[in-house]
Design a protein around this ligand. Structure first.
Ligand SMILES: [Zn+2]
Length: 148
C-alpha cells in the first residue's frame, strides 16, 4: 500500500508489479501518473528543508499524455529529475537511481537482452531510491539548522 509520510508518499514496487501483471499493464500506467503526483507532493512538503535542491516539478497530466505517444520521454524525465534532486539535496540519501539517459538506454538495450527483466529491476531501484529519500528527510530534518 502507498504510505503517507511527513515529506511524501512511499510505494511498494513489488505490489505495483503484481497489480500490473493482473491488470495487463493498466495499473502500471496509473502508477506512472501517481509518481509524478508524488513528485509534486514531495516538492510542496519538503521544499523548505532543501531549497537549493533540483526541484521535482513536472505536470503529471502532460507526462501521462507522453506515456501514450512517446513513453521514453516520461521515463527520461522521471529518472533525470529524481537523480538530480537526490544529488543536489542537503538531505543525504543512502541510494540514488540511474541517470536519465542511462535508464532509457538500459530499457532498450538490456530490456531486449533480458526479455524485460532489466527494466523491472531498474524501475524497482528507482522506487526504492525515492522511498529512501522520503524517509531520510524525516530522520534528518531535526538535525538541520533553520534556513531562515
Ligand atoms: Zn527531497
Amino acid at each position: 500500500m502507498p504510505k503517507e509520510h511527513k515529506f511524501g508518499t512511499t510505494r511498494k514496487y513489488r505490489r505495483v508489479f503484481f497489480l500490473s501483471l493482473v491488470t495487463f499493464g493498466i495499473y502500471y500506467i496509473i502508477y506512472q501518473y501517481w509518481i509524478f503526483q508524488d513528485f509534486e507532493e514531495h516538492h510542496e512538503k519538503a521544499f523548505d528543508t532543501e531549497p537549493r535542491s533540483y526541484p521535482l516539478i513536472i505536470n503529471p497530466t502532460t507526462m501521462l499524455i507522453f506515456l501514450f505517444i512517446f513513453p521514453f520521454y516520461p521515463i527520461y524525465i522521471k529518472y533525470t529529475l529524481l537523480y538530480d534532486h537526490i544529488r543536489t539535496s542537503r538531505i543525504q540519501s543512502p541510494e540514488n537511481c540511474s541517470i536519465g539517459i542511462k535508464a532509457v538506454l538500459s530499457f532498450v538495450i538490456l530490456g531486449i537482452c533480458t526479455i524485460g527483466i532489466a527494466p523491472i529491476l531498474i524501475e524497482s531501484q528507482w522506487q526504492r531510491a525515492f522511498n529512501k529519500h522520503i524517509i531520510a528527510h524525516e530522520h534528518q530534518q531535526e538535525k538541520l539548522p533553520e534556513s531562515k
